[in-house]
Design a protein around this ligand. Structure first.
Ligand SMILES: Nc1ncnc2c1ncn2[C@@H]1O[C@H](COP(=O)(O)OP(=O)(O)OP(=O)(O)O)[C@@H](O)[C@H]1O
Length: 256
């Protein structure tokens, strides 16, 4: 039987800010094609965890490896992104004055400058890829809209489409459902589920209905005070007394 391959290995990682332990001896392993959900109360270290993977922050100690042996702690943000690690922040950042279509063009062709990118002749393969991405994020009928005119949920999907244009191997997604309607949230869940397998995905989320939807039979990691409090299937995590104490029984969306 072939062993599942690790896409990301985080071992013994700590990060302190002015003496405050944001991450403490953190261990985390992500398999190729996995869709992992990370939950935890405010201040648990979830965003710092993403900052450390993407090179925005550097660990004080510990190992962070991409694939089988690429040491991310020695690389800068740009190099890590080029390796195929894409991050989606909580608030959408799209080019509001450009069309939905051109937003994807800009991500697809890279950093050649906005105008050069838009006026560059796209190959038929590139055009097909953009059409495919627009369908995937359900914005094909709004391709000529200015991105600024989109609803909040649609902007989030556009940004996911922009990330996908860069064909990331790992997608880090921070609270995608925040501010979305229930329907948008559900659609976002369907989108992320459809991306798993081809991409390895880590989703930070607070909304437990959404976590349940995307976790399905997969693993949920609970962070607390910068370490993994527990890891397991959704039902086991939800009924874990330690988790209930620190998170589920109180706090935002905790009772959902
Ligand atoms: N750049 C920084 N400088 C100083 N302290 C920081 C920095 N980044 C994070 N922290 C601190 O580290 C702790 C963990 O923060 P982090 O944002 O990672 O938590 P979180 O789990 O993402 O919280 P939330 O759910 O509220 O977004 C917090 O106490 C925060 O104040």
């Amino acid at each position: 039987m072939t062993q599942p391959k690790y896409m990301l290995t985080v071992e013994g990682v700590s990060k302190t800010y002015d003496g405050f332990k944001a991450i403490t001896d953190l261990n985390f392993y992500l398999f190729e094609g996995e869709l992992r959900t990370v939950i935890g109360p405010n201040g648990a270290g979830k965003s710092t965890f993403f900052d450390l993977i993407t090179g925005r922050a550097k660990p004080d100690k510990g190992k962070i490896e991409f694939g089988m042996n690429t040491d991310l702690t020695k690389m800068n943000e740009y190099e890590i992104n080029r390796l195929g690690i894409g991050r989606k922040f909580q608030t959408p950042s799209v080019f509001t004055e450009h069309t939905v279509y051109n937003n994807i063009v800009l991500s697809l062709v890279g950093s050649r400058g906005v105008f050069a990118s838009i006026f560059k002749r796209l190959s038929s393969t590139e055009r097909d890829r953009i059409d495919e991405l627009l369908k995937l994020v359900r914005l094909d009928t709004k391709r000529d809209w200015k991105a600024g005119m989109l609803a909040h949920g649609e902007k989030q999907w556009l940004e996911i489409g922009m990330l996908l244009a860069q064909e990331p191997k790992i997608l880090l997604v921070d609270e995608p459902a925040a501010g979305m309607t229930d329907e948008e949230t559900h659609r976002t869940g369907e989108l992320l589920i459809s991306l798993a397998g081809k991409h390895s995905i880590v989703v930070i989320e607070h909304d437990m209905t959404f976590v349940k939807q995307i976790a399905r039979d997969g693993q949920v990691t609970v962070l607390h005070q910068g370490s993994v409090l527990c890891e397991g299937k959704f039902d086991a995590v939800q009924s874990n007394p330690k988790v209930r104490e620190v998170y589920l029984g109180r706090g935002k969306s905790g009772g959902k």
